[in-house]
Write a protein that binds this ligand. Sequence first.
Ligand code: C5P
Length: 223
Amino acid sequence: LADRPLAGKKVLVTAGGTVERIDPVRYLTNDSSGKMGFAVAEAARELGAEVTVIAARTSAPKPAGVELVKVESALELREEVLSRYAFADVAVMAAAVADYRPLRQEEQKIKKTGDTLTLELVKNPDILQELGERKNGQLLIGFAAETENVEANARGKLKRKHCDLLVANDVSAEGAGFGTDTNIITIYGSDGSSLPLPLVSKREAALRLMRLAAEKLGPAAKG
Ligand code: C5P
């Protein structure tokens, strides 16, 4: 059990960047590769967990030994996550969920007519926030990509979204953020703790995070 501290636990992970359709051939997305989410999924599996990954658009190799559910949009990701959340011991929201989606998804390709085109966007639901509000014993872990005031922003999100742990990522630092194989993170805890990890591989960062999750979960968690 010592090196499989997540044995018997169900871990739900989101990964990748959501794809928000404009019309049948166009969409809005972001630079997320899915590497960090996939690394978390593999780390959780290595530590003994039963893992489900809800993956939006990714470019990283798929994680082995986990259930993989593919989605496109934030709304689809939300559905898949919410339907599984009640059964999870740990939920890790590593996906880069688009803050906005096009108000209308056109059924036909938009024609090139006027000299300007206005795309109206509407806010997506904050899935992590919803998970925080309906928490029922799960250990909830959020991610935050920041470019400034990392600690203040991270602690704000941790609290607002009712997370137990929040992984802050200074995406402006060399060797951190989207697409890289390494990361520089600090893991903030709802107990006021902070665990800074210097430049490490995403695999190592993920293992540290999942070991910390196992400690927080303790032996008395849902089985
Ligand atoms: O507020 P911000 O987008 O920086 O928060 C990042 C965290 O919130 C990530 O864990 C991300 O997966 C989650 N999130 C979400 N739904 C959104 C936006 C972000 O679950 N609409």
